[in-house]
Every structure is written in C-alpha cells, then in structure tokens.
Write a protein that binds this ligand. Structure first.
Ligand SMILES: NC(=O)c1ccc[n+]([C@@H]2O[C@H](COP(=O)([O-])OP(=O)(O)OC[C@H]3O[C@@H](n4cnc5c(N)ncnc54)[C@H](O)[C@@H]3O)[C@@H](O)[C@H]2O)c1
Ligand SMILES: CC(C)C1=CC=C(C(=O)O)[C@@H](O)[C@H]1O
Length: 246
C-alpha cells in the first residue's frame, strides 16, 4: 500500500530535505508551507511529473489551514499515514527586550503550530488506527539556545513535552509521536544566522567538528515513519554532533 506523508514548512531547508527523502523511500508527499508558491516550486523540483506530490498552503499559525490541508490530502489520496510538524520561525531579540507580542508570534508558529498539527493529524490517524507523527524540536530547546532566541528555545522545549503528551494519548490507537532535536545543520537558516566569519568558530565548538546534514534528518524521519518503528514513541532523537548529551 502506498504510504502518504505531509510535511509542514517543506519549501526549503530541512522540510524540503525530509520531503525529498520520503519521496526517495517511495512515499507520496504533500509539501506544505505558508507560501503556496514556494511549496509548489519545491514540489516541482523534487517531483517534476507531479504524480506523487501535492503542494498546499498551510500556515501553521492557522488551525483552519491544517484542516483544509488534511481534507485536500484525503480528497486526493484517501489516507494520511505520516505527518511531519517541521515549520518554525525564529526572531533575534535579547530576552529582556522581547515584547509579549513578539513572544506570542514565535510561540504561535512553533509551539502552538506543532500542538495543532498533533491534534488535527493525530485525530485523523487515531480514527484510522495507524499513524506516525514526527515533530521538529531543536538543541535550543534542550540547552536554552542563544541569549537572543529565548522565545524560539522555549517553544522548542515545549515541543519535546508536547511530543510526550501526544505519544501517551495516541499510543493505544496505533499512532506514534516522536521528535527530532537537531543541532546546527548545513542549511539556509544556519547560513543566514551565522556570518561567514563566525562559521569556523561554530564548527570548532561542535565535538564532531562538522555541521549536520539535512539529508540525514530526512533519513531519520523515514526510519521513524516506518510501520516497524512502532516501539519508539514519546522520544526525542538528538542529532547534534555531540553538543548535548543526555
Ligand atoms: N537548520 C538548523 O540547523 C536547525 C537546527 C535545529 C532545529 N531546526 C528546526 O528544523 C526545522 C526546519 O528548519 P530550517 O532550518 O529548515 O528552517 P528554514 O527557515 O530554512 O525553513 C522553515 C520553513 O518553514 C516555513 N514556515 C515558517 N513559518 C511558517 C508558518 N507559520 N507556517 C508554515 N510554514 C512556515 C518557511 O517558509 C520555510 O519554508 C524548524 O523546526 C527548525 O526549528 C533547524
Ligand atoms: C546558528 C546555530 C548556532 C544554530 C542554528 C539553528 C538552531 C536551531 O535550533 O534552529 C540552533 O540549534 C543553533 O544550533
């Protein structure tokens, strides 16, 4: 049976790499992003025929977008087996200067977006009796991140907790919920956040002395998405080059 997956924030970076690896593994994939055009461009690059992809606008700050994306996937393919709550944003402001509005903006995308994704996709999967949900956390949620990313780090820490809560809720319904917590991965986001003159210092600070690879994050998603991965749930999988060890 063809397995159907949906990825949020799939237009670039890790989300795009995850969608690519899922396609390589034989999945049919809905690439969603707050920008429908960017999702469409990524889908066209990964699947020029358009037979195994669907590009959808899904702003994770809007619950109605999740519901309409799920409806579109079910209308096209009749099932959803795997959901990857990957979309996130960050802003850079010293912690004592973050306004409540700015805090809410980051949290409503990262934390609430993941919460709503787990609710909407989880409810469908529980009714179907099978599903795999993978949430994108971060090293920042484990070690507090940087002094200017408090809202980002706090939202990512909350994703680790939400992953456990939804894992417990859905375990009896054949649905697993796991998180991945990457450290710095070679990606447009890290290139944008780290000026070239600071990149060497960042790499030197990583025990394995390399940035991570987005393709490996995609490979890990494929592993967690397998039916055989039924015995890992509520877990956060660290991919950080040794920057944080439990
Ligand atoms: N790149 C890294 O080193 C790194 C490290 C740790 C965790 N992460 C996590 O991995 C995930 C992907 O990161 P990335 O580096 O690819 O980021 P990115 O900024 O390159 O891509 C994020 C994607 O999400 C989309 N997006 C942003 N806000 C959205 C919204 N409200 N609704 C829907 N889509 C939205 C963007 O349009 C973009 O396509 C994020 O959850 C991030 O926190 C990344
Ligand atoms: C810039 C670098 C130190 C970094 C980039 C992205 C992160 C993220 O969580 O998205 C951080 O974990 C951090 O490693």
């Amino acid at each position: 049976m063809t397995q159907i997956a949906l990825v949020t924030g799939a237009a670039q970076g890790l989300g795009r790499a995850i969608a690519g690896r899922l396609l390589e593994a034989g999945y049919t994939v809905a690439l969603t992003d707050r920008s429908a055009e960017a999702a469409e461009a990524a889908a066209r690059e990964l699947d020029p025929s358009g037979e195994r992809t669907l590009a959808l606008e899904l702003d994770v700050a809007r619950k109605a977008d999740f519901e309409s994306a799920l409806a579109a996937v079910l209308a096209r393919w009749g099932a959803l087996h795997v959901a990857v709550n990957n979309a996130a944003m960050t802003l850079t402001t010293p912690v004592m200067q973050i306004s409540p509005e700015e805090f809410d903006r980051v949290v409503s995308t990262n934390q609430r977006g993941t919460f709503v994704g787990c609710q909407v996709f989880g409810a469908h999967m529980a009714t179907a009796g099978y599903g795999r949900i993978i949430n994108m956390a971060s090293l920042a949620g484990q070690n507090g991140g940087t002094a200017t990313g408090a809202h980002y780090a706090a939202s990512k820490g909350a994703i680790v907790t939400l992953t456990k809560i939804f894992a417990k809720e859905l375990a009896g319904a054949g649905v697993t919920v796991n998180a991945i917590a990457p450290g710095p991965i070679e990606s447009p986001a890290v290139r944008a956040a780290v000026p070239p003159e600071r990149l060497e210092g960042l790499i030197a600070s990583i025990p394995v002395k390399r940035l991570g690879d987005a393709g490996f994050i995609g490979d890990l998603v494929v592993q967690l998405a397998r039916p055989e991965a039924y015995f890992t749930t509520g877990a956060t999988w660290d991919v950080n080059g040794g920057l944080f060890m439990r």
